[in-house]
Design a protein around this ligand. Structure first.
Ligand code: SF4
Length: 240
């Protein structure tokens, strides 16, 4: 992958980030889980002086390494990271009824846990936003493959969703990280390719799908419900 192509991708992504911020200011939130793609967005925003609001969801089950990279984002880039937590009562009731590790019991239980700990906090955060920025890539899942760089998110009240690194491959992302000394979650050095909650994420073997380490005991789509695509209305497409 040549540096020119990475640089073109970065320029294209920056246009999307800039458009998001110039259109919505503090009413657009960047939902980050500090994955490799998210770190590229943080870096591009910082380099361009765009004070994108960083928001993350702390499910209460994150690995320690994710808290470390969260602090690195604050220290290196100076972004204030807003943290959204699940509703205490909902977590307590779910755990009381089904146990702390309910997600291993069935897909239904896993989706319940994701709903309580991830999806509801996200919905709460997005209910006060006019738009959001996400670090999804088109080649990650079938749901993400039909996303667009700028789209209307009907699942969240018709707000605008910006996906600035949609067209990047994993190789592009890691080339950019290496070339620009972007900090990243140290779990990537231990074979993790996609990082979520500690009990639901494991390393993958070389050549395996990067999402195969998420909820590895399940078959089918590896989504937690954050990135729902009901074939959203495309309002702008770039880089195709
Ligand atoms: S990823 Fe696992 S622990 Fe995290 S919210 Fe979903 S089911 Fe619960």
């Amino acid at each position: 992958m040549s540096g020119n192509i990475i640089s073109e991708l970065a320029d294209s992504s920056l246009k999307v980030i800039r458009e998001a911020y110039e259109s919505h200011g503090d009413s657009v939130i960047f939902l980050t889980s500090f994955g490799a793609e998210d770190m590229v967005i943080s870096h591009l925003s910082w380099e361009a002086g765009i004070p994108l609001r960083h928001v993350t969801i702390d499910t209460g089950r994150l690995p320690g390494e994710t808290y470390e990279i969260m602090d690195r984002v604050r220290e290196k880039y100076g972004f204030c990271v807003e943290i959204a937590f699940p509703e205490r009562k909902a977590v307590e009731e779910t755990v009381l009824a089904h146990g702390i590790n309910l997600f291993y019991k069935s897909r239904e239980m896993r989706e319940l846990c994701c709903r309580v700990r991830k999806v509801e906090p996200l919905n709460r955060v997005l209910s006060s936003a006019k738009a959001w920025v996400s670090g999804i890539r088109a080649d990650q899942t079938s749901v993400r493959a039909v996303a667009s760089e700028v789209e209307i998110d009907h699942a969240h009240g018709g707000i605008t969703k910006y996906n600035p690194v949609l067209q990047w491959t994993s190789r592009d992302i890691w080339s950019f990280i290496a070339e620009n000394s972007v900090p990243y979650n140290s779990l990537f050095n231990r074979g993790y390719r996609s990082i979520g909650c500690a009990p639901c994420t494991r390393p993958v073997n070389p050549g395996e799908d990067e999402r195969s380490g998420r909820w590895w005991w399940e078959s089918g789509t590896k989504e937690c419900g954050l990135h729902v695509n009901e074939r959203t209305d495309v309002i702008l497409e770039r880089g195709k």
